[in-house]
Design a protein around this ligand. Sequence first.
Ligand SMILES: *Cc1c(COP(=O)(O)O)cnc(C)c1O
Length: 403
Amino acid sequence: MIPAALGGPPAFDRPLCVGAPRVEAETRALYYRLMDDAFDRAYLTNDGPHVREFERRIGELHQVEYCAAICNATIAQIILLKALRLCGEVILPSFTFVATAHAVLWENLTPVFCDIDEETCMADPKHVESLITSRTCAIIGAHLFGNVCDAPALEAIAHRLGLALLFDAAHAFGCSLGDRTVGGFGKAEFLSFHATKFFGTFEGGAILTNDSEIHRHSRMLRNFGFRTYDDVGFLGINGKMSESSAAMGLASLPRVSERIERNRITYEAYRRRLGAIPGISVLPVGQQGRSNYQYFVAFVDSEAFGLSRDVLVDALWRENILARKYFYPGCHKMDFYCNRFREAMPSLPVTDSVGARIVCFPMNLEFPERDTERIAEVVSNVKDHAREMVEWNRRDNSNASSS
Ligand SMILES: *Cc1c(COP(=O)(O)O)cnc(C)c1O
């Protein structure tokens, strides 16, 4: 078998992506019906009946008192930061989606990036603690890849020092750490229902909390700061979820356990095959509690594998396997953040090292087992052609830079 990069035919004739949104026939049918209800009511947005019902059920599923549905997770985070009336520095991992850092800066707070734990790829509480100064006002943890971060350790730090603690739970719909369900950690957590996530509502997000004041304030902020009709008390924004998104959420809720099971089967199929290739190791998922198995994440040890992660990913793209380097580079290595915080940027060796080795493989709800098999064959095959692949990559990159 000749790798596509060396002139062979690509392994797949259509691109396989991370998080392609697949919507079950039953979900579609229910969504259309719920949209008919919305049209019949002539109620399409502004805290409508679908949104209310969706909030009730998402709150229940995550075992929290309060859930506020928001138009997306980024605005949810911005609203939360504003509701907490924070000012100063916020410690958060660099190893996350850039939105987590952007929301902090958008609220005129200063992001201070912490390093991650090598095993979990999530915030290292010891490093978080070492970054705390008199200017620190909050810590934001991120639960990544269907795992929950060391939230109890962050809670202990935040509690001891009187800091606000929030969690980016964009990857953690329905996840738990032991007997604690995501939603109840820290002061509040925010979910994303972006179409590529485990549970999508086209665009969408939510703020989960057990704090009635945060909930009340967030609800006003998402609606331009209106306290009642005609009375604006705060600098609000338009963060409302539409009835269409809520209908999509309501239509998807009956499928949650089935989706988790489908993902788990794909995760296991990948793990068995890719995990057996020398130089590839797999991020364990769901070992500390419930997971949604939304992502399959592996690491490339370039010495043992014979090729770097970057060459492997380039080779996979030629095969129509659109693997992603999540989250590379860390926020602290992105031009925008580098230029802005040049001197203040801490060195984050674990983030850099994990970022250079990590690969996120394509996955969705209808991923046939034979595709995981084929992908593992391709990875093995690329490894078997390591020497030619290095040559190819050097040529290819010099072509790219000269053209
Ligand atoms: C997707 C994602 C976000 C942003 O969510 P949106 O709903 O698209 O705004 C934030 N953090 C992480 C870790 C994400 O994966």
